[in-house]
Design a protein around this ligand. Structure first.
Ligand code: AMP
Ligand code: MG
Length: 392
C-alpha cells in the first residue's frame, strides 16, 4: 500500500503549521486554558508585608514566659501604626500585619486572659508563628513563562499580583465539517438509508474538551463543487480544517476532487489501521486534515494526527499525547499484517480491551483512554502480552 507512516505524516503536517503569533488581552477568567503570550514576573513580594498566620497575640519572644498588657487589636485589613513595647502585646487576627516591636505570635488558645492582661506560660522562639513578606512570591520571580497554558493556579497567582488583564495568543481558528449524503442532523427524523451524523459531534466535542472553540460547518454534501466552494470561502478565516468522510476510493469520495480544485495535497494514506485514507492538504493559509468517515477511524486519526498539529499551532504542550506500555488483560484475536491501533482502557499497568474493534463501531470507544499501538507483522495477541500504548 502506498502512503506514509504515522510519524512521517505528523512531520509533514506540522511542517505546514506556524504557531499562532497574534495576541490579545483577556480578563483573568477568560485566560483559563489559554496560552500566555508573555513572561509574567512578580512586581512585588507576596504577601506584601510580614503577617500573622493565626489568631493570637503579637509580642517580644525574648520576654516569654511572662505577663503582657493588651494594648489593642488588629484584624486582617487593618494596619496598626503603633509599636509593641516591652511588656505589651497586640491582639492580632490571621492575615493582619505584624506590628512594629513584635517578633512572634502566641496562639489565642495558649494564653491565660485576665482583664487587660495575658499570661504566657511557654517560651516562644524568635519568629515563631510569623509569616514573612515575600515568602510565597519574591518580587522579580518569574511567575509564568511565555507559552504556558494557564491553569486555575496561574490565574490565581496573576490575581494575587493585581493583574486583571492577561496577554494571550489569539484562539486557534479550527473548523469541523463532515461529508456524506447519508448523514442526518440529530433532532430531525431518520429516514431509510440514512444515519445520524456522529463524527461532527465527536470531533467538535473533543476539541471543546481541549478548550478549543471550533467553528462547526455541519454536513457538506457529497458534491465536490459545492464542498470546494464552501471550503474556499473560508481560506482566510481558518488555521485548520478537519473534515470526515469522502477520502477513500468510492464513487462519492469527493475530497480528492475538492483538494484538486482548491488546494494542494501533502499526502494521502497513512500506513495504519483504522483510518488509513487520510488526506493532508493545504488551502491558502490553512491546513486541511481530511479523515475517514468511519467513526472510530475518524476518532483514532484525529487523536494521532491532529493533536500534534494543534499542539504546535497553539504552543500547547498539554495537547500532546504521551506513550506508555503495559500488559494486556484481554486477548486480541486478530493478526496485524499492517500497523494497527486499537482502543483500550488503561487501569494501572493493565490494559483492558473492549469486545468490538470495527472502525464503524463507536459504542466501544466509551471509557477508552488509550490506543494500543500494534506493530506491522504482529500475530494475534493474548492476555499477558506486553504492548505499547498511546495515552489519550
Ligand atoms: P466514508 O469515509 O465517507 O466512506 O464513510 C465511511 C463510513 O462511515 C460509512 O459507513 C459512513 O456512513 C460512515 N460515516 C461517514 N461520516 C459519518 C459521520 N459524520 N457520522 C457517522 N458515520 C459516518
Ligand atoms: Mg462518505
Amino acid at each position: 500500500m502506498v502512503g506514509v507512516n504515522l510519524e512521517r505524516a505528523i512531520e509533514l503536517l506540522t511542517a505546514h503549521v506556524n504557531p499562532i503569533a497574534e495576541t490579545e488581552d483577556v480578563t483573568l477568567l477568560e485566560a483559563v486554558g489559554r496560552v500566555a503570550a508573555t513572561d509574567y514576573v512578580a512586581t512585588f513580594d507576596n504577601p506584601p508585608f510580614d503577617r500573622s498566620p493565626l489568631d493570637g497575640y503579637a509580642l517580644k519572644s525574648s520576654e516569654t514566659p511572662g505577663a503582657f498588657k493588651v494594648i489593642g487589636e488588629e484584624c486582617a485589613g487593618d494596619f496598626f501604626t503603633g509599636e509593641v513595647k516591652s511588656g505589651e502585646t497586640l491582639r492580632i487576627m490571621t492575615g493582619a500585619a505584624m506590628p512594629k516591636g513584635s517578633d512572634c505570635v502566641i496562639r489565642q488558645e495558649d494564653v491565660e486572659l485576665d482583664g487587660e492582661n495575658i499570661f504566657v506560660r511557654q517560651r516562644l522562639r524568635h519568629h515563631e508563628n510569623y509569616c514573612f513578606a515575600g515568602e510565597d512570591i519574591k518580587a522579580g520571580a518569574l511567575l509564568i513563562a511565555k507559552d504556558t497554558t494557564l491553569t486555575a493556579a496561574h490565574v490565581a497567582i496573576l490575581a494575587s499580583q493585581g493583574v486583571a488583564e492577561v496577554k494571550v495568543y489569539r484562539r486557534a481558528r479550527i473548523a469541523i465539517a463532515s461529508t456524506g449524503d447519508e448523514l442526518i442532523q440529530p433532532g430531525t427524523e431518520l429516514s431509510a438509508g440514512k444515519i445520524y451524523n456522529s463524527n461532527l459531534y465527536l470531533l467538535a466535542a473533543r476539541l471543546i474538551e481541549m478548550n478549543f472553540t471550533p467553528k462547526i460547518l455541519y454536513n457538506l454534501p457529497d458534491d465536490a463543487d459545492t464542498c470546494a466552494e464552501r471550503i474556499y470561502s473560508l481560506q482566510d478565516e481558518l488555521d485548520l480544517l478537519i473534515t470526515t468522510g469522502g477520502v477513500s476510493v468510492g464513487k462519492k469520495d469527493i475530497m480528492h476532487d475538492v483538494v484538486k480544485k482548491v488546494g494542494e495535497r501533502i499526502f494521502w494514506r497513512v500506513l495504519m489501521k483504522p483510518g488509513a485514507p487520510v488526506i493532508g492538504w493545504t488551502c491558502g493559509r490553512f491546513l486541511g486534515v481530511a479523515l475517514s468517515g468511519n467513526p472510530f477511524a475518524a476518532y483514532a486519526t484525529f487523536e494521532l494526527l491532529t493533536r500534534p498539529v494543534l499542539a504546535k499551532l497553539t504552543r500547547r504542550a498539554d495537547i500532546l499525547y504521551s506513550r506508555g506500555h503495559g500488559t494486556l488483560a484481554d486477548d486480541f484475536p486478530k493478526k496485524s499484517p499492517g500497523r494497527r491501533f486499537i482502543r483500550a482502557q488503561v487501569k494501572g499497568d493493565k490494559i483492558f480491551l473492549p469486545s468490538r474493534h470495527e472502525s464503524g463501531a463507536l459504542y466501544s470507544a466509551v471509557g477508552c483512554n488509550a490506543l494500543v499501538d500494534i506493530a506491522a507483522g504482529t500475530d494475534k495477541l493474548s492476555a499477558g502480552a506486553e504492548v505499547e500504548t498511546i495515552l489519550l
